[in-house]
Design a binder for this molecule. Structure first.
Ligand SMILES: NC(=O)c1ccc[n+]([C@@H]2O[C@H](COP(=O)([O-])OP(=O)(O)OC[C@H]3O[C@@H](n4cnc5c(N)ncnc54)[C@H](O)[C@@H]3O)[C@@H](O)[C@H]2O)c1
Length: 322
């Protein structure tokens, strides 16, 4: 069967995801769906030609309208305003919730069988909005953040060590924000626990740098936020679905009793395959890790509650998870 991935949003993140998929020949067709059709057309042509240069078979097309996402196995939502210096991910809440809602409704109508990968920020709440407005089962909605945050933590461990690049497996749970929960106890370099390689002060510095990793890049760029590592992390999820790898990655999913939470999205280890979320993995956490995870879930809940107070969800028809 021909594989088709629609990427909504043709900004830095969306076009980089599409480009990575085209360069890897991950699927037969990538559709770029953005509010500026000429930009989508120009980028689609450029990427299709790049795929030819790379001897890959992927065709990139621009959507004339939302109906062109029909038949997509995966839809990636990247549309949304990015952070500007001094702005937190949470400041984006109301603005991006409206944008994501609009696209969730389009997906529900035109690509009702698709798996949705959400990346717009604030990530966990945007994934929640997609749940509420598509009504899709939780297996078919994943938020991308954990792979990125883990990659950032791995990089900062490498910076401290000066070796081990590509061999560092860092683990992060919780929301994609200031309350993310890096888990040094589950972090290794070629199987060696980082506690055998770094002292607790150094590990603390790595954790802090990881939490501030997105803001560091925002401040350096001065305009916009990171997109190379985020786009690659998203492409990893697309590949895991299309190739049915059943690999475990940290992703934001709707919790249904796991870790003691219900009807809230947070980052947890997830087995990803052809059906999207194949399984949510429950790790054994110690008391400190549980407390931090609780705080992280609470911060996502606060944002959901503040959207509820604006009657944001009043016109939503409910979802299969309710
Ligand atoms: N989950 C993560 O780990 C992660 C990492 C980086 C960025 N992000 C988020 O991804 C999103 C996109 O980032 P980017 O770097 O591509 O930003 P960008 O500014 O380069 O692109 C934004 C895209 O959204 C579209 N858009 C903006 N407002 C819109 C509206 N009102 N209606 C329809 N489309 C609209 C723009 O046309 C553009 O295509 C942001 O929300 C950013 O915060 C998430």
């Amino acid at each position: 069967m021909a594989s088709k991935v629609t990427v909504i949003g043709t900004g830095n993140f969306g076009s980089t995801v599409a480009f990575i998929l085209a360069m890897r020949g991950s699927c037969h067709e990538v559709v770029l769906h953005g509010r500026n059709i000429n930009v989508a057309k120009g980028k689609a042509l450029d990427m299709s030609q790049a795929a030819n240069a790379a001897r890959e078979h992927t065709i990139v097309r621009a959507a004339e309208g939302p109906e062109d996402m029909a038949g997509s196995q995966i839809v990636v939502i990247t549309a949304g305003a990015p952070r500007t210096p001094g702005m937190s991910r949470d400041d984006l809440l109301t603005m991006n919730a409206q944008i994501v809602k609009k696209y969730a409704l389009e997906i529900k109508e035109h690509a009702p069988g698709s798996i949705v990968i959400v990346v717009s920020n604030p990530l966990d709440v945007m994934a929640y909005v997609v749940h509420k407005y598509t009504g899709f089962p939780r297996e078919r909605i994943l938020g991308m953040a954990g792979i990125l945050d883990s990659a950032r933590m791995a990089h900062f461990i490498y910076e401290k060590l000066g070796y081990g690049a590509g061999q560092i497996r860092a683990t992060i749970m919780g929301g994609h924000g200031d309350t993310m929960v890096p888990l040094p106890k589950f972090t290794t370099v070629a199987g060696v626990p980082i506690s055998d390689l770094l002292d607790s002060e150094e590990i603390g510095e790595v954790v802090k740098k990881t939490r501030d990793g997105g803001a560091q890049i925002v401040n350096l760029l001065g305009d916009g936020s990171a997109y190379y590592a985020p786009a690659k992390s998203t492409a990893v999820m697309v590949d895991a679905i299309l190739k049915d790898t059943n690999q475990i990655h940290s992703c934001a999913v709707m919790l249904q009793g796991e870790y003691g939470y219900n009807d809230i999205v947070s980052g947890v280890p997830v087995m990803i395959g052809a059906n999207g979320v194949q399984k949510v993995i429950e790790m054994t956490l110690n008391d400190l890790q549980k407390t931090r995870f609780k705080k992280s879930v609470a911060s996502v809940q606060e944002m959901v509650d503040s959207l509820c107070k604006t009657d944001f969800f009043n016109d939503c028809e409910g979802d299969e998870n309710a």
